[in-house]
Design a protein around this ligand. Structure first.
Ligand SMILES: *Cc1c(COP(=O)(O)O)cnc(C)c1O
Length: 427
Protein backbone atom coordinates (compact mmCIF):
# COMPACT_ATOMS: atom_id res chain seq x y z
CA UNK A 1 0.00 0.00 0.00
CA UNK A 2 1.33 3.40 -1.00
CA UNK A 3 0.33 6.48 0.96
CA UNK A 4 1.19 10.12 0.46
CA UNK A 5 1.44 13.13 2.72
CA UNK A 6 -1.58 15.41 2.28
CA UNK A 7 0.58 18.46 3.01
CA UNK A 8 3.56 17.40 0.89
CA UNK A 9 2.06 15.18 -1.84
CA UNK A 10 5.47 14.25 -3.27
CA UNK A 11 6.27 12.47 0.02
CA UNK A 12 5.16 8.85 -0.37
CA UNK A 13 5.54 6.00 2.10
CA UNK A 14 4.66 2.33 2.46
CA UNK A 15 2.03 1.16 4.92
CA UNK A 16 4.77 0.05 7.34
CA UNK A 17 6.47 3.43 7.21
CA UNK A 18 3.20 5.27 7.66
CA UNK A 19 2.34 3.15 10.69
CA UNK A 20 5.72 3.67 12.29
CA UNK A 21 5.98 7.35 11.49
CA UNK A 22 2.40 8.35 12.29
CA UNK A 23 2.67 11.78 10.70
CA UNK A 24 4.55 13.02 7.66
CA UNK A 25 6.62 16.18 7.46
CA UNK A 26 4.91 19.48 8.28
CA UNK A 27 2.54 17.39 10.41
CA UNK A 28 0.85 16.15 7.25
CA UNK A 29 -1.50 13.18 7.42
CA UNK A 30 -0.88 10.10 5.31
CA UNK A 31 -3.59 9.17 2.83
CA UNK A 32 -3.84 6.17 0.47
CA UNK A 33 -2.46 6.85 -3.02
CA UNK A 34 -5.47 4.97 -4.38
CA UNK A 35 -8.51 3.20 -3.02
CA UNK A 36 -9.96 0.17 -4.81
CA UNK A 37 -13.67 -0.34 -5.40
CA UNK A 38 -14.68 -3.86 -4.37
CA UNK A 39 -16.92 -5.61 -6.90
CA UNK A 40 -17.82 -8.52 -4.61
CA UNK A 41 -19.52 -6.71 -1.75
CA UNK A 42 -22.26 -9.35 -1.31
CA UNK A 43 -19.67 -12.12 -1.00
CA UNK A 44 -17.67 -10.07 1.49
CA UNK A 45 -20.77 -9.37 3.57
CA UNK A 46 -21.50 -13.09 3.75
CA UNK A 47 -18.17 -13.80 5.49
CA UNK A 48 -17.63 -13.94 9.28
CA UNK A 49 -16.38 -10.70 10.86
CA UNK A 50 -12.72 -11.58 11.48
CA UNK A 51 -12.22 -13.39 8.16
CA UNK A 52 -13.91 -10.56 6.24
CA UNK A 53 -11.86 -7.96 8.08
CA UNK A 54 -8.60 -9.77 7.29
CA UNK A 55 -9.64 -9.95 3.63
CA UNK A 56 -10.46 -6.23 3.44
CA UNK A 57 -7.25 -5.24 5.22
CA UNK A 58 -5.21 -7.53 3.00
CA UNK A 59 -6.64 -5.96 -0.14
CA UNK A 60 -5.81 -2.51 1.20
CA UNK A 61 -2.40 -3.18 2.73
CA UNK A 62 -1.12 -5.59 0.08
CA UNK A 63 1.86 -7.88 0.48
CA UNK A 64 3.74 -5.90 3.12
CA UNK A 65 2.19 -8.26 5.66
CA UNK A 66 1.35 -11.81 4.58
CA UNK A 67 -2.31 -12.77 4.53
CA UNK A 68 -1.71 -15.49 7.11
CA UNK A 69 0.10 -13.11 9.44
CA UNK A 70 -2.57 -10.45 8.95
CA UNK A 71 -5.33 -12.94 9.70
CA UNK A 72 -3.63 -13.86 12.97
CA UNK A 73 -3.26 -10.18 13.88
CA UNK A 74 -6.93 -9.51 13.16
CA UNK A 75 -8.01 -12.55 15.22
CA UNK A 76 -6.03 -11.16 18.17
CA UNK A 77 -7.21 -7.59 17.74
CA UNK A 78 -10.91 -8.18 17.00
CA UNK A 79 -11.63 -10.82 19.62
CA UNK A 80 -14.99 -9.37 20.61
CA UNK A 81 -18.26 -8.64 18.87
CA UNK A 82 -19.86 -5.60 17.28
CA UNK A 83 -23.60 -6.32 17.46
CA UNK A 84 -26.15 -4.23 15.59
CA UNK A 85 -29.12 -3.68 17.91
CA UNK A 86 -32.49 -2.40 16.71
CA UNK A 87 -33.59 0.22 19.25
CA UNK A 88 -36.65 1.50 17.39
CA UNK A 89 -38.29 0.72 14.07
CA UNK A 90 -35.63 1.32 11.42
CA UNK A 91 -33.11 2.70 13.91
CA UNK A 92 -30.13 0.60 14.89
CA UNK A 93 -27.20 1.06 17.22
CA UNK A 94 -23.89 -0.47 16.19
CA UNK A 95 -22.45 -1.37 19.59
CA UNK A 96 -18.70 -0.95 19.43
CA UNK A 97 -18.07 -1.17 23.16
CA UNK A 98 -17.67 -4.86 23.84
CA UNK A 99 -13.87 -4.82 23.89
CA UNK A 100 -11.60 -4.76 26.97
CA UNK A 101 -11.87 -1.00 27.55
CA UNK A 102 -15.53 -0.73 26.60
CA UNK A 103 -15.19 1.80 23.78
CA UNK A 104 -14.79 1.60 20.00
CA UNK A 105 -11.17 2.71 20.33
CA UNK A 106 -10.35 -0.91 21.18
CA UNK A 107 -10.70 -1.82 17.49
CA UNK A 108 -8.18 0.70 16.20
CA UNK A 109 -5.93 0.56 19.24
CA UNK A 110 -5.62 -3.20 19.27
CA UNK A 111 -4.99 -3.50 15.54
CA UNK A 112 -2.43 -0.72 15.65
CA UNK A 113 -0.63 -2.44 18.54
CA UNK A 114 -0.50 -5.61 16.47
CA UNK A 115 0.92 -3.67 13.51
CA UNK A 116 3.55 -1.87 15.55
CA UNK A 117 4.64 -4.99 17.37
CA UNK A 118 4.90 -6.77 14.01
CA UNK A 119 6.76 -3.95 12.26
CA UNK A 120 9.06 -2.87 15.08
CA UNK A 121 10.41 -6.40 15.68
CA UNK A 122 13.03 -5.99 18.38
CA UNK A 123 13.57 -2.24 17.98
CA UNK A 124 12.81 -0.05 20.97
CA UNK A 125 9.95 2.37 20.40
CA UNK A 126 7.96 4.88 22.42
CA UNK A 127 4.32 5.35 21.66
CA UNK A 128 3.28 8.93 22.45
CA UNK A 129 -0.39 9.75 22.28
CA UNK A 130 -2.91 12.27 23.52
CA UNK A 131 -6.32 11.10 24.60
CA UNK A 132 -9.59 12.82 25.26
CA UNK A 133 -10.54 9.73 27.22
CA UNK A 134 -10.89 6.48 25.38
CA UNK A 135 -7.90 6.18 23.04
CA UNK A 136 -5.62 6.15 26.05
CA UNK A 137 -7.29 3.17 27.64
CA UNK A 138 -7.45 1.21 24.41
CA UNK A 139 -3.82 1.90 23.55
CA UNK A 140 -2.64 1.20 27.08
CA UNK A 141 -4.40 -2.16 27.25
CA UNK A 142 -3.34 -3.15 23.77
CA UNK A 143 0.37 -2.51 24.52
CA UNK A 144 0.57 -3.34 28.22
CA UNK A 145 3.42 -5.76 28.89
CA UNK A 146 4.81 -5.82 25.32
CA UNK A 147 8.64 -5.91 25.23
CA UNK A 148 10.60 -2.94 23.87
CA UNK A 149 7.54 -0.70 23.70
CA UNK A 150 7.05 2.18 26.13
CA UNK A 151 3.72 3.96 26.04
CA UNK A 152 3.24 7.59 27.12
CA UNK A 153 -0.30 8.91 27.34
CA UNK A 154 -1.16 12.59 27.80
CA UNK A 155 -4.64 13.58 28.88
CA UNK A 156 -6.36 16.74 30.13
CA UNK A 157 -6.30 16.74 33.90
CA UNK A 158 -9.74 16.63 35.47
CA UNK A 159 -11.52 16.58 32.11
CA UNK A 160 -12.20 12.88 31.69
CA UNK A 161 -14.48 10.68 33.74
CA UNK A 162 -12.91 9.14 36.87
CA UNK A 163 -13.63 5.61 35.66
CA UNK A 164 -12.22 6.35 32.24
CA UNK A 165 -9.08 7.59 33.94
CA UNK A 166 -8.81 4.50 36.15
CA UNK A 167 -8.89 2.26 33.10
CA UNK A 168 -5.49 3.38 31.86
CA UNK A 169 -3.67 5.08 34.73
CA UNK A 170 -3.61 2.01 36.96
CA UNK A 171 -1.65 -0.36 34.71
CA UNK A 172 1.95 0.70 35.43
CA UNK A 173 4.87 -1.21 33.87
CA UNK A 174 5.50 0.09 30.37
CA UNK A 175 2.45 2.37 30.51
CA UNK A 176 3.27 5.96 31.60
CA UNK A 177 0.38 8.39 32.05
CA UNK A 178 0.68 12.16 32.35
CA UNK A 179 -2.16 14.47 33.35
CA UNK A 180 -1.64 17.82 31.60
CA UNK A 181 -3.00 21.01 33.13
CA UNK A 182 -4.85 21.99 29.97
CA UNK A 183 -7.45 20.75 27.52
CA UNK A 184 -7.31 18.00 24.92
CA UNK A 185 -6.26 20.31 22.09
CA UNK A 186 -3.27 21.36 24.18
CA UNK A 187 -2.36 17.73 24.83
CA UNK A 188 -2.54 17.16 21.11
CA UNK A 189 -0.34 20.19 20.55
CA UNK A 190 2.28 18.74 22.89
CA UNK A 191 2.29 15.52 20.90
CA UNK A 192 2.72 17.48 17.67
CA UNK A 193 5.55 19.53 19.17
CA UNK A 194 7.33 16.33 20.22
CA UNK A 195 7.09 14.92 16.71
CA UNK A 196 8.35 18.21 15.26
CA UNK A 197 11.36 18.10 17.58
CA UNK A 198 13.91 15.97 15.74
CA UNK A 199 15.96 15.49 18.87
CA UNK A 200 13.12 14.18 21.01
CA UNK A 201 11.80 12.11 18.14
CA UNK A 202 15.11 10.34 17.74
CA UNK A 203 16.09 10.01 21.39
CA UNK A 204 12.73 8.49 22.23
CA UNK A 205 12.10 6.58 18.97
CA UNK A 206 8.73 8.22 18.89
CA UNK A 207 5.69 6.67 17.33
CA UNK A 208 2.21 8.06 17.28
CA UNK A 209 -0.85 6.14 18.33
CA UNK A 210 -3.78 8.48 18.23
CA UNK A 211 -6.46 8.50 15.59
CA UNK A 212 -4.07 9.92 13.00
CA UNK A 213 -2.29 6.56 12.68
CA UNK A 214 -3.42 4.99 9.42
CA UNK A 215 -3.60 1.48 10.92
CA UNK A 216 -6.34 2.63 13.29
CA UNK A 217 -8.43 4.01 10.47
CA UNK A 218 -8.13 0.90 8.33
CA UNK A 219 -9.17 -1.26 11.29
CA UNK A 220 -12.23 0.90 11.81
CA UNK A 221 -13.31 0.53 8.19
CA UNK A 222 -13.99 -3.14 8.98
CA UNK A 223 -16.83 -2.64 11.45
CA UNK A 224 -18.87 -0.64 8.98
CA UNK A 225 -18.92 -3.71 6.76
CA UNK A 226 -20.00 -5.69 9.83
CA UNK A 227 -22.85 -3.24 10.45
CA UNK A 228 -24.21 -3.57 6.92
CA UNK A 229 -23.72 -7.35 7.05
CA UNK A 230 -26.04 -7.54 10.07
CA UNK A 231 -28.63 -5.14 8.68
CA UNK A 232 -31.66 -6.83 7.10
CA UNK A 233 -31.64 -6.48 3.29
CA UNK A 234 -33.04 -3.20 2.00
CA UNK A 235 -32.15 0.38 1.15
CA UNK A 236 -28.66 1.63 1.95
CA UNK A 237 -28.80 3.11 5.47
CA UNK A 238 -27.87 6.52 6.84
CA UNK A 239 -25.00 6.33 9.28
CA UNK A 240 -24.63 8.84 12.12
CA UNK A 241 -21.19 9.07 13.69
CA UNK A 242 -20.54 10.87 17.00
CA UNK A 243 -17.43 12.83 16.11
CA UNK A 244 -14.52 14.45 17.90
CA UNK A 245 -11.31 13.99 15.96
CA UNK A 246 -13.29 12.62 12.99
CA UNK A 247 -11.31 9.39 12.66
CA UNK A 248 -14.41 7.26 12.99
CA UNK A 249 -16.24 9.22 10.30
CA UNK A 250 -13.19 9.08 8.02
CA UNK A 251 -13.23 5.28 8.31
CA UNK A 252 -16.97 5.21 7.55
CA UNK A 253 -16.46 7.29 4.44
CA UNK A 254 -13.53 5.17 3.28
CA UNK A 255 -15.84 2.14 3.62
CA UNK A 256 -18.32 3.82 1.26
CA UNK A 257 -15.52 4.73 -1.16
CA UNK A 258 -14.62 1.01 -1.22
CA UNK A 259 -18.16 0.24 -2.35
CA UNK A 260 -20.01 -0.48 0.91
CA UNK A 261 -23.66 0.55 0.45
CA UNK A 262 -24.16 3.46 2.83
CA UNK A 263 -26.62 6.08 1.64
CA UNK A 264 -25.66 9.13 3.63
CA UNK A 265 -23.54 10.25 6.58
CA UNK A 266 -24.35 12.48 9.50
CA UNK A 267 -21.35 13.93 11.31
CA UNK A 268 -22.72 14.53 14.80
CA UNK A 269 -20.76 16.77 17.15
CA UNK A 270 -21.52 18.21 20.57
CA UNK A 271 -21.27 21.99 21.13
CA UNK A 272 -17.69 21.83 19.88
CA UNK A 273 -19.05 22.46 16.44
CA UNK A 274 -16.13 23.59 14.27
CA UNK A 275 -17.11 21.20 11.48
CA UNK A 276 -20.89 21.88 11.41
CA UNK A 277 -20.18 25.63 11.28
CA UNK A 278 -17.57 25.10 8.58
CA UNK A 279 -19.97 22.95 6.56
CA UNK A 280 -22.51 25.80 6.53
CA UNK A 281 -20.26 28.83 6.15
CA UNK A 282 -17.13 27.51 4.43
CA UNK A 283 -15.09 29.17 7.12
CA UNK A 284 -12.79 27.12 9.38
CA UNK A 285 -13.05 28.97 12.68
CA UNK A 286 -12.26 26.81 15.73
CA UNK A 287 -13.39 28.25 19.02
CA UNK A 288 -12.08 27.45 22.51
CA UNK A 289 -12.91 23.88 23.49
CA UNK A 290 -15.97 23.52 25.73
CA UNK A 291 -16.41 20.77 28.29
CA UNK A 292 -19.54 18.67 27.61
CA UNK A 293 -21.12 15.41 28.74
CA UNK A 294 -19.70 13.70 25.65
CA UNK A 295 -16.16 14.58 26.67
CA UNK A 296 -14.36 12.30 24.22
CA UNK A 297 -15.73 14.64 21.55
CA UNK A 298 -14.56 17.85 23.20
CA UNK A 299 -12.32 18.70 20.29
CA UNK A 300 -12.37 22.00 18.44
CA UNK A 301 -9.55 21.28 15.97
CA UNK A 302 -10.38 17.82 14.67
CA UNK A 303 -7.18 16.46 13.21
CA UNK A 304 -8.63 13.93 10.77
CA UNK A 305 -10.69 16.47 8.88
CA UNK A 306 -8.12 16.92 6.05
CA UNK A 307 -8.61 13.24 5.18
CA UNK A 308 -12.33 13.77 4.73
CA UNK A 309 -11.59 16.75 2.49
CA UNK A 310 -9.22 14.50 0.55
CA UNK A 311 -11.99 11.94 -0.07
CA UNK A 312 -13.94 14.71 -1.80
CA UNK A 313 -10.97 16.38 -3.45
CA UNK A 314 -9.70 13.17 -5.05
CA UNK A 315 -13.15 12.25 -6.29
CA UNK A 316 -13.90 9.21 -4.11
CA UNK A 317 -17.10 10.70 -2.71
CA UNK A 318 -19.42 13.59 -3.40
CA UNK A 319 -19.91 16.28 -0.79
CA UNK A 320 -23.66 15.73 -0.94
CA UNK A 321 -23.26 12.45 0.98
CA UNK A 322 -22.45 14.30 4.21
CA UNK A 323 -24.62 16.31 6.59
CA UNK A 324 -23.39 17.77 9.83
CA UNK A 325 -25.23 18.53 13.03
CA UNK A 326 -24.22 19.90 16.43
CA UNK A 327 -26.23 18.60 19.39
CA UNK A 328 -26.12 20.72 22.51
CA UNK A 329 -26.14 19.52 26.11
CA UNK A 330 -29.88 19.86 26.54
CA UNK A 331 -30.66 17.75 23.47
CA UNK A 332 -27.99 15.23 24.43
CA UNK A 333 -29.79 14.64 27.72
CA UNK A 334 -33.15 14.57 26.00
CA UNK A 335 -31.85 11.94 23.58
CA UNK A 336 -30.59 9.79 26.47
CA UNK A 337 -34.05 9.95 28.04
CA UNK A 338 -35.76 9.18 24.73
CA UNK A 339 -33.55 6.14 24.28
CA UNK A 340 -34.23 5.02 27.86
CA UNK A 341 -37.96 5.36 27.19
CA UNK A 342 -37.70 2.80 24.39
CA UNK A 343 -35.73 0.54 26.71
CA UNK A 344 -32.22 1.36 25.56
CA UNK A 345 -29.75 2.70 28.14
CA UNK A 346 -27.11 4.74 26.40
CA UNK A 347 -24.41 7.30 27.16
CA UNK A 348 -23.85 10.87 25.94
CA UNK A 349 -21.71 10.16 22.83
CA UNK A 350 -24.12 7.70 21.30
CA UNK A 351 -26.99 9.97 22.31
CA UNK A 352 -25.51 12.82 20.27
CA UNK A 353 -25.40 10.54 17.23
CA UNK A 354 -28.93 9.26 17.85
CA UNK A 355 -30.33 12.80 18.10
CA UNK A 356 -28.59 13.90 14.90
CA UNK A 357 -29.83 10.78 13.13
CA UNK A 358 -33.43 11.39 14.23
CA UNK A 359 -33.25 14.94 12.90
CA UNK A 360 -31.89 13.80 9.54
CA UNK A 361 -33.86 10.62 8.89
CA UNK A 362 -36.82 10.91 6.54
CA UNK A 363 -39.96 8.78 6.84
CA UNK A 364 -39.26 5.17 5.93
CA UNK A 365 -35.46 5.51 5.83
CA UNK A 366 -33.20 3.29 7.88
CA UNK A 367 -30.47 4.61 10.08
CA UNK A 368 -27.55 3.37 12.14
CA UNK A 369 -25.97 5.38 14.95
CA UNK A 370 -22.74 4.30 16.56
CA UNK A 371 -22.61 3.22 20.19
CA UNK A 372 -19.04 4.28 20.84
CA UNK A 373 -18.84 3.59 24.59
CA UNK A 374 -20.48 1.40 27.22
CA UNK A 375 -22.91 3.45 29.36
CA UNK A 376 -21.11 2.36 32.55
CA UNK A 377 -18.01 4.16 31.35
CA UNK A 378 -19.94 7.38 31.83
CA UNK A 379 -21.80 6.21 34.89
CA UNK A 380 -21.93 9.58 36.68
CA UNK A 381 -23.58 11.42 33.84
CA UNK A 382 -25.83 8.54 32.85
CA UNK A 383 -27.09 8.16 36.43
CA UNK A 384 -27.58 11.91 36.73
CA UNK A 385 -29.51 12.24 33.52
CA UNK A 386 -31.61 9.09 33.82
CA UNK A 387 -31.99 9.09 37.60
CA UNK A 388 -31.37 5.37 37.79
CA UNK A 389 -28.34 3.34 38.89
CA UNK A 390 -26.04 1.71 36.34
CA UNK A 391 -24.13 -1.43 37.26
CA UNK A 392 -20.47 -1.79 36.38
CA UNK A 393 -19.28 -4.52 34.04
CA UNK A 394 -16.38 -6.61 35.45
CA UNK A 395 -13.59 -4.73 33.58
CA UNK A 396 -14.63 -1.47 35.24
CA UNK A 397 -15.45 -2.86 38.65
CA UNK A 398 -11.95 -4.27 38.86
CA UNK A 399 -10.11 -0.98 38.25
CA UNK A 400 -12.52 1.26 40.16
CA UNK A 401 -10.77 0.62 43.47
CA UNK A 402 -7.19 0.81 42.21
CA UNK A 403 -4.87 3.76 42.59
CA UNK A 404 -3.99 5.94 39.58
CA UNK A 405 -0.25 6.24 38.81
CA UNK A 406 -0.21 9.46 36.74
CA UNK A 407 2.13 12.39 37.16
CA UNK A 408 0.83 15.91 36.56
CA UNK A 409 2.64 18.41 34.32
CA UNK A 410 1.77 21.95 33.19
CA UNK A 411 1.03 22.70 29.52
CA UNK A 412 4.68 23.33 28.69
CA UNK A 413 6.57 21.46 25.98
CA UNK A 414 10.02 21.91 27.54
CA UNK A 415 8.87 20.42 30.83
CA UNK A 416 7.33 17.48 29.04
CA UNK A 417 10.44 16.89 26.96
CA UNK A 418 12.68 16.97 30.01
CA UNK A 419 10.40 14.52 31.78
CA UNK A 420 10.35 12.12 28.84
CA UNK A 421 14.09 12.24 28.28
CA UNK A 422 14.71 11.51 31.96
CA UNK A 423 12.07 8.90 32.50
CA UNK A 424 11.59 7.15 29.18
CA UNK A 425 14.59 7.53 26.89
CA UNK A 426 16.79 5.25 28.97
CA UNK A 427 14.30 2.59 29.95
C1 LIG B 1 -13.07 9.03 20.59
C2 LIG B 1 -14.52 8.95 20.81
C3 LIG B 1 -15.44 9.56 19.94
C4 LIG B 1 -15.00 10.39 18.78
O1 LIG B 1 -14.39 9.64 17.77
P1 LIG B 1 -13.47 10.36 16.69
O2 LIG B 1 -12.94 9.27 15.84
O3 LIG B 1 -12.38 11.07 17.44
O4 LIG B 1 -14.32 11.32 15.95
C5 LIG B 1 -16.79 9.35 20.18
N1 LIG B 1 -17.23 8.64 21.23
C6 LIG B 1 -16.39 8.06 22.10
C7 LIG B 1 -16.95 7.31 23.26
C8 LIG B 1 -15.00 8.20 21.93
O5 LIG B 1 -14.17 7.63 22.79
Amino acid sequence: MQLFNLKVPSETVSFSQAVKQGLGSQQGLFFPASLPVFDDIAALLAMPFAARSAEILHRLIGDEISKARLSAMVEQAFNFEAPLVEVEDNIYCLELFHGPTLAFKDFGGRFMAQCLAQLAKGEKITILTATSGDTGAAVAHAFHGLDNIQVVILYPKGKISPLQEKLFTTLGGNIHTIAIEGDFDQCQQLVKSSFDDGHARKALHLNSANSINISRLLAQVCYYFEAVAQLPQGEAPLVSVPSGNFGNLTAAMIAKALGLPIGHFVAATNSNDTVPRYWKSGEWAPQPTQATLSNAMDVSQPNNWPRIEALFQYGYLDKSCLSTDAVDEEYTQLAMRQLASVGYISEPHAAVAYKALKRELAEGQRGIFLGTAHPAKFRESVENVLGQPISLPPALAEVAGKEGLSVTLPYDYDRLKQHLLERIANV
